[in-house]
Every structure is written in structure tokens, then in C-alpha cells.
Design a protein around this ligand. Structure first.
Ligand code: AMP
Ligand code: GLY
Length: 408
């Protein structure tokens, strides 16, 4: 099987690495990729947001499966264009990707499907903004309605900050604050059948102790020793199955990866957000424990054959990933600094490039240092050992990824 992976980040590096390990896979091509991905795949050039260009590349590469990593190409209709050429494609249609592309759409689907989530109001005018903030009170949750790469959300006790974000975004969703630990659950689906992966936890804030601004994610771990045994079956029954049924009912079935971002509240798991693709950096930890060959699983989802897929098999180990970010991230990442020490297995490249033969930082999140261990404490040690090898001027990373969970 020849697999084409679209994207450039740490998630795509982890996907390409896992696909390359599948015995059924003869070659992985990644486009546009990055220097880390080039260690596990052959790189090709493409504008990932151009549906025709991606479809033509898939045809030229004789791809048997195309895996689309990031949300922007999905929302741009890249999966539709590749499927039109008759090539199995892992990733939702443009319409189904609106589950991530529009917070308002996601709320409509959840309302129709009676999925537990935060109460929410879409607001545009000053009057609507004020009324919504009055209704939900502090802490205020204000979300940009469109795609914002995980950075369009402000959660604050400061009403002036909430108002300023709402005005800046134009159209926002203002919602009830959900109190409780967060979980990311990835579900592979062909639109009908659905198979959950291991739940993971992501660390969204830049600073230790969950301080500072939100980021795309500063680290992750799996499994979750503190989670109730029935967490995943409960989410499948109360969230995933009704959501997939509602998407089918609308004539826009969702196939690909449904990422359910949850808060585990006192009254049970509630949806914070849906994404239409694998999460980054949770993918790096989840895939490092998956023993089932990945290409076969994604191909089954892409071809409507998931119901016949065998149950997944998982390592009994634990996995931790620690993101190394550039100085100034998330507000104003400083790009171009030279990176050394990033050669080890498990160092997934997110924002890297090559300049004059040297590896350099090209994005806010630069590397995701990922390791396994017999338990979370050992996986943490191994992941931070990888971080210790990295040299990048002004690099930032959290020192408390999976710390609380490892102490349980
Ligand atoms: P989102 O992009 O919707 O995942 O939001 C980013 C982060 O903001 C989430 O991971 C949460 O930490 C926080 N957040 C979003 N919505 C809520 C909510 N309703 N209640 C509490 N925290 C939230
Ligand atoms: N880790 C959060 C995301 O991928 O959106």
C-alpha cells in the first residue's frame, strides 16, 4: 500500500512514522512535510489548501490511501477532491468538517443530537455580546466562531478581556464554563461504525500549573489513570453515536477522525469542542501505544469497512510528550533559531526547516519529545531526557506534563 500524508506538523510526523511501520505499507509520501518527516517518508511539494493540487499529487503518486492531517485542508474540501478521483481518503468532507470549522454548526448538531455540552450563544453585535456575558457570568468563555488553530478561545474572569476578545473576533460563541479535567478522545469512523482510541490529556496553557495564555497544546499523556473505567463507553453512547447519527441524518456523514474534547464535570462528560482530525500533540502519545497496524485501520475507515475491522491492540505502557516551543510563543514566536539535539527517535518535528544545512525553528511549536515507559513516571523521565538533549535559544517547555497523573 502506498500512503500519502498531507500536512507538516508533529502530528503528521507521528502519523507518517506509524504508517511507515505498518508491514502492508510499501512507501509513505508526505506533502509538504518537514525535515523530521523526511526521516520516515519521501517528501513531495504541494499546497495543502489546494484541493485540485492535492488530488493530482495523489493520482501521480499512485496513492492507495490519502491521510489528511490538519483541519484547514479538510475545511477547504481537499478530502472531497481526492475522493472524486476514486482514491480512499481518511478525512471528512468539507461539509462534515464544519463540526470543527464552525463552532455554531457544532453546537447546532449537538443540540439536535442531545449531546451534553456547554450552553452557548453566538454573538456579533455589542448588545448580543453584553447579553451573553451577563447570562453566563465569570469565568467567561469566548470563542472565535471560525478556525483559529486552537488559539481563538479566551477563558477569563476579567470581563473587559472577554469583551475585547469578542469585539476583535467579530463573530463569537460565548458559553457556559465547564468545570473539570479535560480529556481528548479520538474516534476513528467511517460514518457508521466507530472505534475509539485511548483517551489522552492535553496541556493547553503555556505555563506550568496551567498558567498563561492558551496554546495549540504543550504536552500530552496517555492512558489516564484517574479516569473512570466507563469513561470511553459513556462518551461513545452519549456523544459519538448520536453525533454520527445526526450527521448521517443531515446527509453529510462524518468519516475520518472525530476528536472529542471533553470536560469531565460533576454531572458527567460534556463536549468542549469537536475537531475533524487527529489532535496535536495527543496523536504523538496515542499512536506510540497503538500496536494495531495504522494503515489498515485508516484504510478501513476510508472505505466504509470499519465494522469488519478487528478490535485494536494496545501496549500496556504509558506515553508522554513534551512540546518544545520557540521563544515568544504563543503571542509572537521567534523563528529562525538553530536547533541541535533533535535526532533521537521520538522527537517529532512540528515547526522545523533547514537553512544553510542547519535545522531551524519555523513555527511556534517546534518539537514534540515523545517517549514511553512502564508507567507515566518512567515515560515522563524518558520524555524529559529527550528534551534535555535539545538546544534551541530561548526554548520554552512545561516541566509538569503528566506530573499529577504520574503521582497517583
Ligand atoms: P477549544 O478551542 O474550544 O478547545 O478551547 C480551548 C481551551 O479553552 C479548551 O481546551 C479549554 O481549556 C478551554 N475551554 C473552552 N471551552 C470551555 C468551556 N466551555 N469551559 C471551560 N473551558 C473551556
Ligand atoms: N491538542 C489540541 C488540538 O489538537 O486541537
Amino acid at each position: 500500500m502506498r500512503v500519502l500524508v498531507i500536512g507538516t506538523g508533529g502530528r503528521e510526523h507521528a502519523l507518517a512514522a506509524a504508517l511507515a511501520k505498518d508491514a502492508e505499507v510499501t512507501e509513505v509520501v508526505a506533502a509538504p512535510g518537514n525535515p523530521g518527516i523526511a526521516q520516515v517518508a519521501r517528501l513531495a511539494e504541494v499546497d495543502p489548501l489546494d484541493p485540485t493540487a492535492v488530488a493530482e499529487l495523489a493520482v501521480r503518486e499512485l496513492a492507495d490511501l490519502v491521510v489528511i492531517g490538519p483541519e484547514a485542508p479538510l475545511v477547504a474540501g481537499v478530502a472531497d477532491a481526492v475522493r472524486e478521483r476514486g482514491i480512499p481518503t481518511f478525512g471528512p468532507s468539507k461539509q462534515a468538517a464544519q463540526l470543527e470549522g464552525s463552532k455554531t454548526f457544532a453546537k447546532e448538531v449537538m443540540l439536535a443530537a442531545a449531546v451534553p455540552t456547554a450552553g452557548a450563544i453566538t454573538a456579533e453585535s455589542e448588545e448580543q455580546i453584553q447579553a451573553a456575558l451577563d447570562r453566563f457570568e465569570a469565568p467567561y468563555v469566548v470563542k472565535n466562531d471560525g478556525l483559529a488553530a486552537g488559539k481563538g478561545v479566551v477563558v477569563t474572569d476579567d470581563r473587559a478581556v472577554a469583551e475585547a476578545h469578542a469585539r476583535e473576533c467579530g463573530r463569537v460563541v460565548i458559553e457556559e464554563y465547564l468545570d473539570g479535567p479535560e480529556v481528548s478522545l479520538f474516534v476513528v469512523t467511517d460514518g457508521e461504525a466507530a472505534i475509539p482510541l485511548l483517551p489522552a490529556q492535553d496541556f493547553k496553557r503555556i505555563g506550568d500549573g496551567d498558567t498563561g495564555p492558551n496554546t495549540g497544546g504543550m504536552g500530552a499523556y496517555t492512558p489516564l489513570p484517574w479516569a473512570e473505567a466507563d469513561l470511553v463507553p459513556t462518551v461513545m453512547r452519549t456523544v459519538v453515536e448520536p453525533t454520527l447519527a445526526e450527521m448521517r441524518r443531515r446527509g453529510t456523514p462524518f468519516s475520518g477522525l472525530l476528536y472529542v474534547g471533553l470536560a469531565i464535570t460533576k454531572s458527567g462528560p460534556k463536549v468542549i469542542e469537536f475537531n475533524a482530525r487527529f489532535g496535536d500533540p495527543e496523536t504523538q502519545v496515542v499512536l506510540s501505544l497503538l500496536e494495531t497496524p495504522l494503515a489498515g485501520l485508516l484504510l478501513a475507515a476510508a472505505t466504509g469497512a470499519l465494522a469488519a475491522h478487528p478490535p485494536l491492540s494496545w501496549s500496556a505502557d504509558s506515553a508522554v510528550t513534551v512540546v518544545v516551543a520557540a521563544a515568544g510563543y504563543p503571542a509572537a514566536p521567534r523563528l529562525g533559531d538553530v536547533i541541535t539535539g533533535a535526532e533521537a527517535a521520538g522527537v517529532f518535528h512540528a515547526g522545523t526547516g533547514v537553512r544553510d544545512g542547519a535545522l531551524t525553528a519555523t513555527g511556534g511549536r517546534v518539537l514534540a519529545c515523545t517517549a514511553t515507559g512502564r508507567d507515566l513516571a518512567e515515560a515522563r523521565l524518558n520524555a524529559y531526557h529527550l528534551v534535555d538533549q535539545i538546544k534551541l535559544d530561548g526554548m520554552q517547555f512545561r516541566t509538569d506534563i503528566a506530573l499529577k497523573a504520574a503521582e497517583l
